[in-house]
Design a protein. Sequence first.
Length: 229
Amino acid sequence: MNARAARARGSRGPQAPAFDFDESLLGDLTPGDAAAFERGLFEATEYTGLAIDEWPLGTGDTVDGCRITGATVGSWTLRGARIVESVLDGLDAPVVSAARSGLRDVEIRDSRFGSFEAFDTTWRGIRFTRCKLGFVNLRGAELLDVAFVDCTIDELDLLEATARRVAFPGTRVGALNVSGARLTDVDLRAAEVLEVVEMAGLRGATISREQLHLMAPALAELTGILVED
């Protein structure tokens, strides 16, 4: 079912989920250059202003305690890889292939992503801030303590995903697919959601009164209620 909830923005929204990650721990990092990046040195290292055609990471690879700032990546692959306790700031990546990867305690700021394929991933303590994302595929993902803050997402696919303590303060979502999703403490009150696919999948989410009003026709259709003047 496609149900439109045009510009459903709550007047009062929640704070983003709390995180344990302390970015100040990244204060003493080893400066890295393009050669070190190509060698795969991704532990306690800082990279700034790189232009990379491909960033291939695979099963067994880990980015641990790094800061990557102002990087342009033509194609980023991290299937089966892990990113932990790291900051990505100002990253531009048109294509991201991150299926079955794992992210823990990661801050992603002021970045742009086109197609972001991240199905069957595990995210713990992840915050996107002021990011622009195209199609985000989180089908079958496990999300815990995740926030999208002041972001723009064209399409977010949470089909069969499990999400707990997830919030979208100040974020605009063009289309949200929650078919078969299992949501717990997912707060949409401060989000602007233009379209919801499979309204029944919102069970376990919190919405505002304004959003409820806008979604009422679709909810009535879902429950078989006939509304007539």
